[in-house]
Design a protein around this ligand. Structure first.
Ligand SMILES: Nc1nc2c(c(=O)[nH]1)N[C@H]1C(S)=C(S)[C@@H](COP(=O)(O)OP(=O)(O)OC[C@H]3O[C@@H](n4cnc5c(=O)[nH]c(N)nc54)[C@H](O)[C@@H]3O)O[C@H]1N2
Ligand SMILES: Nc1nc2c(c(=O)[nH]1)N[C@H]1C(S)=C(S)[C@@H](COP(=O)(O)OP(=O)(O)OC[C@H]3O[C@@H](n4cnc5c(=O)[nH]c(N)nc54)[C@H](O)[C@@H]3O)O[C@H]1N2
Ligand code: SF4
Ligand SMILES: [Mo]
Length: 680
């Protein structure tokens, strides 16, 4: 047996583990790593099962081309030549921005860097983006505006040092299980205070000192209410505000409109709950905010994020261990895909495309001219542009928009209108059904590279087995495309050579190399080869100099319940499955735990409507209707339905609304109006 130390391909917690390979080169299991700083000898159920899907018979093993409407096997030469000629033809006819590239938070840093290089240097478009748009784009923009850097400010180990943790819009024990364990340990072993703000009675809520179950979408009012109490009771950190921040007067002005009575009314809770949370948070020596999709996925996602940042600055909880604003990044490499510039407006290291000196720097480094200057389309606006017939060709690497983007009928329309679609994946998906060319990619177990976890830790991904069938690593495929398109600057002998190039053009990764990240990785910013990495950001000084208070007024969600659609529908995930299910639903151990699409409904609502547990019901919104199983549970609050988006046969995104935050362009997955009826 051979054991290969690598990084988990599921969530952003970034546990490292060993892939176990038997003598004839077959992947047979996973073993945790006792030495790893985050995993500490443990894994969650997805980590333990992260080898099953690799050998699944459904793996894509050979390139395919659509001929006369039917997908047929093709050679790599045929497939890649077709991709390049179609993209060039489309651009010649309709301009450079008539094509777009979806990069992937499932793939490595090196691959994301190459995808954005391919889009910008070779095809001269900034139409490149990835699923962070659907996830933490509000964080990237909201924290960049307030702190100057859009990443988790602290480290996972800080969860054990905080005296008070406010968890809001994060189902931590299910979605970032090993981070959830840290929080539980701190609460049970050290008596840290825990405030859970989530209207579902999630596992952490059962342990919390205070659990607030306000209405979905009212976070700005809630956080403003807390800040109002803190200021009116004189609990703010005056020294921190004076020396480290600006724009405090503006904050005070807006916050004055949210006395606890008014905030509580908007949120549907009592003023006392707001006062209690404010006092508990402000009283702690080291208080930390942990959040995830409940904060970001709203038409006011950026305002929510800024409000979290305001609260942390108001109480001086930034720049020290055990404090901070901690967005838990979702995908295994979504932090890295952002860092690498797989976003419409930035090169790697968040260097802006609109800045002429930055463009000049990349033109020189890549030996090209005329890099495009205007930010391009995002995932969400690219789908809109395709539906309008403006976008003509799309290259999708490791994304499944038919299942993950809002309003599936709208996405279908976009897919049908696109003239040419390339899908590069490890499995067939509802998206690949629309492909004109399918390129089979090697999985994480079959390649070298790096993933960057939520705590900004760059960690190794190592090849344990040979790629299945004719599949090739994403980075080799992208280099091949670039060469066939006539570009010479994308030739590498190894993934490590790509990281060396990343380090030369990306200051925050300046000191990252494969040698240095060998065992436990390195946390960026890591500016040069002697820099030790940075566990806590903004110590002494914010990345932007002074922290910028950025107050926001409460805005209601786009589509609220009414007589016709009386429920709030909120969507998200469960413990056993990951996203669109391409991998977890092909792991027999995981799939048998949660086999059917379902919706959580409160005991009160179920009683009223005569719906019993495990009954089949229809959930409908203005966009469509799906049949799912009812989970009648005290996790759900009266009036609120919660549905995971893992199931192709009951797709939550047939129901969701395509309403976007005006700045971040993130969809409002967490709130829309719905109704239900029995299916039996
Ligand atoms: N098992 C598993 N783990 C995963 C994933 C997975 O698919 N499966 N996906 C990964 C990814 S990419 C991500 S982004 C993360 C997401 O991780 P989370 O954000 O933790 O997961 P969600 O289920 O989307 O939503 C979290 C919580 O937000 C609450 N919420 C809903 N509306 C609101 C609101 O208006 N305000 C507040 N404060 N809370 C609200 C919901 O009740 C829910 O409990 O998980 C990562 N980890
Ligand atoms: N309703 C609703 N919708 C949501 C959300 C929600 O909360 N509610 N959350 C949103 C969020 S936070 C996210 S992050 C997105 C996720 O949206 P997506 O990224 O579209 O979802 P995934 O299922 O993770 O898709 C990843 C794809 O990559 C493939 N893949 C895996 N490994 C590799 C590899 O090494 N190479 C290649 N080429 N492909 C690979 C997988 O098979 C899969 O098809 O969904 C969003 N959609
Ligand atoms: S917590 Fe996340 S990174 Fe760790 S084993 Fe589970 S899915 Fe993998
Ligand atoms: Mo995500």
């Amino acid at each position: 047996m051979k054991k290969v130390l690598t990084t988990c391909p599921y969530c952003g917690t970034g546990c490292m583990f060993y892939l176990v390979v038997d003598d004839d080169g077959t992947l047979v299991g996973v073993e945790p790593s006792n030495e790893h700083v985050v995993a500490k000898g443990q894994l969650c159920v997805k980590g333990w099962n992260a080898y099953h899907f690799v050998n699944h018979p459904d793996r894509l093993t050979q390139p395919m081309i659509r001929r006369n409407g039917k997908m047929e096997p093709a050679s790599w030469d045929e497939a890649l030549n077709l991709v390049v000629s179609k993209f060039k033809e489309t651009q010649a006819k309709h301009g450079n921005d008539s094509v777009a590239f979806f990069s992937s938070a499932k793939t490595t840093n090196e691959e994301n860097y190459l995808m954005m290089k391919l889009a910008r240097a070779v095809f001269k478009t900034n139409n490149v983006d990835h699923c962070a748009r659907l996830c933490h784009s509000s964080t990237v923009l909201g924290l960049a505006a307030t702190f100057g850097s859009g990443a988790m400010t602290n480290s996972i180990s800080c969860m054990e040092q905080a005296d008070c943790i406010l968890v809001t819009g994060s189902n931590t024990t299910e979605q970032h299980p090993l981070i959830g364990s840290r929080i539980i340990e701190n609460v049970t072993n050290n008596g840290a205070k825990l405030i859970v703000a989530d209207n579902r009675k999630i596992r952490l809520a059962r342990l919390a000192d205070i659990h607030v179950r306000w209405k979905n979408g009212t976070d700005v009012a809630f956080l403003n209410g807390i800040m109002n109490v803190i200021i009116s009771e004189g609990l703010e950190d005056k020294e921190f505000i004076k020396t480290r921040t600006e724009n405090y007067e503006e904050l005070k002005k807006i916050i004055a409109d949210y006395p606890p009575e008014r905030a509580a009314e908007i949120c549907g809770i009592t003023p006392k709950e707001i006062v209690d949370v404010a006092r508990m948070f402000a009283a702690a020596d080291k208080a930390m905010i942990v959040y995830s999709m409940g904060i970001t996925q709203h038409t006011h996602g950026v305002d929510n994020v800024k409000s979290c940042a305001n609260l942390a600055m108001l109480t001086g909880n930034i720049g020290l261990p055990g404090t901070g604003v901690n967005p838990l990044r979702g995908q295994n490499n979504v932090q890295g895909a952002c860092d690498m510039g797989a976003l419409n407006g930035v090169f790697s290291g968040y260097q802006k495309v609109v800045d002429p000196t930055t463009r000049e720097k990349f033109e020189k480094a890549w030996s090209v001219e005329n890099l495009p200057a205007e930010p391009g389309l995002t995932i969400t606006t690219a789908i809109d542009a395709a539906a309008e017939g403006k976008l003509k060709a799309l290259y999708i690497m490791g994304e499944n928009p038919m299942m993950s983007d809002p309003d599936q009928n709208h996405v279908r329309e976009a897919m049908e209108k696109l003239e040419f679609i390339v899908v590069q994946d490890i499995f067939p998906t509802p998206t690949s059904e629309y492909a004109d060319v399918i390129l089979p990619a090697a999985s994480y177990a079959e390649k070298n590279g790096t993933f960057t976890s939520t705590e900004r830790r760059v960690q190794p991904v190592r090849k344990a087995i040979e790629p299945v069938g004719q599949s090739r690593t994403d980075w080799e495929i992208l280099c091949d495309v670039a060469q066939r398109a006539g570009y010479d600057g994308m030739k590498y002998n190894s993934a490590s050579e790509i990281m060396d190039e990343v380090a030369t053009v990306t200051p925050i990764y300046g000191g990252v190399s494969y040698e240095r990240i060998d065992q436990v990785g390195l946390q960026w910013p890591c500016l040069d080869k002697d820099h030790p990495g940075t566990p806590v950001l903004h110590s002494g000084k914010f990345a932007r100099g002074l922290g910028m208070f950025s107050p926001a007024a409460y805005l209601p969600s786009k589509e609220l319940p009414d007589e016709q659609y009386p429920f709030v529908l909120s969507t998200g995930r469960c413990y056993f499955h990951f996203h669109t299910g391409t991998m977890t639903r092909r792991s027999q151990m995981l799939d048998r735990e949660e086999r059917f699409p379902y919706v959580e409904i409160s005991i009160e609502d179920a009683k009223e409507l005569g719906i019993y547990d495990r009954a089949w019901i229809y959930v409908a919104t203005r966009r469509g209707e799906v049949k799912v199983m009812a989970h009648v549970t005290d996790v759900a609050k009266k009036g609120v339905l919660f549905m995971p988006f893992h199931f192709e046969e009951g797709p939550a995104n047939l129901l969701t609304i395509n309403a976007l935050d005006p700045i971040a362009k993130i969809p409002e997955y967490k709130v829309c109006a719905a109704k239900i009826r029995s299916a039996e």
